[in-house]
Design a protein around this ligand. Structure first.
Ligand code: MRU
Length: 367
């Protein structure tokens, strides 16, 4: 998408790769919306650390980062022994897989890269194939998001008020975004609508990232406190909810997304408001059999007990808000059951959660 920097419009991907320096280039998302900066990771360990510390975050974006990180680690190997190379690649894979547990995209992305690499018969061939496969993953992420936009735009009518949660925008993918794709496509079709961005405590990805994206794109929007959605729904001020996901179970249609999504889905059903989830194919987990088994990341309590922001002197600072002697519990994600979901917007069309398994071939499973 376009970024406006010092009055100049610049096209930018959230994640890309520099072959010359063998580094993964990432938008430093912890600085947004106050500063726009692209950083490069020097090796696969730094790439994994960038995922863990949320320099880069969002399911598709960490998927592409892991794919490039695997290629980066493979390319850094010196030697010709295929056995030693394979052992090294396994270590790189595990390090990147362990960087964050909930989103399935990094695992799916790296499995794609590994499968392509195995077609090579020498270290050199596998290194070349690794980078080509990582590029392919990144490009298909963009194409999936574009297709989500084409299918999802028809849900948006003139004058609608749309609620979204967290950031499933282009910053959460390589470009375009999943939940935002229908918004951007509808805007391109000339439709006028308004977006409410849930603030999304504790890390405030809605207030910082989604609001920044929509502002860059000149889409009418307002940030609301996480607790305000029920009130607005009750007053008829929300017509549609679209969120993203970090892992959708292909067998059950259960949807994992940023903490607070489940609450919004319950509220939406109560008020008869359609609730949609937008995902690329890399977000589908075809193996897990039940939502209870999805690993839910438990994050640091400091995120709940305070907040990061920028002072009047433009210095980034953490402010403690909560009672000094209190601790906190901080699950990062929740699971929404299929009966609360109106539809899943995929690159292959809009499906009922229960249709995923029946349509698994169209959705790339076992292809
Ligand atoms: O913790 P984050 O910011 O990596 O969480 C991921 C998300 O942004 C959301 O859960 C999002 O809605 C789905 S990711 C496309």
């Amino acid at each position: 998408m376009n970024v406006i920097q010092g009055g100049r419009v610049q096209a930018c991907r959230t994640v890309s790769f520099d072959r010359v320096s063998n580094s993964v280039l990432l938008i430093e998302q912890r600085l947004l919306p106050h500063e726009f900066k692209v950083v490069g990771t020097q090796d696969y360990r730094e790439t994994a650390a960038a995922i863990t510390t949320m320099v880069v975050r969002g399911a598709g974006a960490i998927g592409a980062t892991a794919a490039y990180g695997l290629a980066q680690g493979a390319l850094a190997f010196r030697g010709t022994s295929l056995a030693k190379f394979t052992k090294h690649v396994e270590k790189v894979y595990q390090t990147l897989k362990d960087a964050r547990p909930t989103a399935v995209d990094p695992v799916n992305a790296m499995n794609d890269v590994r499968a392509v690499m195995r077609l090579g018969t020498s270290v050199g061939e596998q290194q070349v194939l690794a980078l080509a496969a990582a590029e392919e993953f990144a490009n298909s992420d963009v194409e999936h998001c574009r297709a989500i936009g084409q299918h999802g735009a028809r849900l948006i009518r003139n004058g609608m008020k749309v609620l979204t949660h967290c950031n499933a925008g282009w910053l959460a993918f390589v470009d375009i975004g999943s939940a935002t794709a229908p918004l951007y496509a509808a805007q391109a079709q000339g439709k006028k609508f308004h977006v409410f961005c849930d603030e999304t405590r504790p890390r405030s990805q809605g207030a910082t990232l989604t609001a920044w994206e929509l502002a860059q794109q000149k889409i009418s929007h307002q940030i609301i406190a996480d607790n305000a959605a029920g009130h607005l729904m009750q007053r008829g001020e929300i017509d549609l909810v679209i969120v993203g996901s970090d892992r959708v179970l292909g067998r059950t249609g259960e949807v994992t997304n940023k903490i607070g999504t489940y609450t919004k889905a319950v509220l939406a059903l109560r008020h008869n408001i359609p609730f949609y989830v937008a995902i690329p194919l890399s977000t589908i987990d075809w193996d897990l059999k039940r939502g209870l088994d999805i690993p839910i990341e438990e994050r640091e309590e400091s995120e709940v007990l305070g907040a990061w922001g920028v002072t009047a002197a433009r210095k980034r600072e953490y402010i403690r808000v909560a009672n000094p002697s209190s601790g906190a519990r901080n699950p990062g994600f929740d699971v929404t059951p299929p009966e609360l979901i109106t539809g899943i917007i995929t690159p292959a069309g809009i499906l009922k959660p229960g249709e995923l398994w029946k349509r698994r071939k169209d959705l790339g499973h076992g292809a």
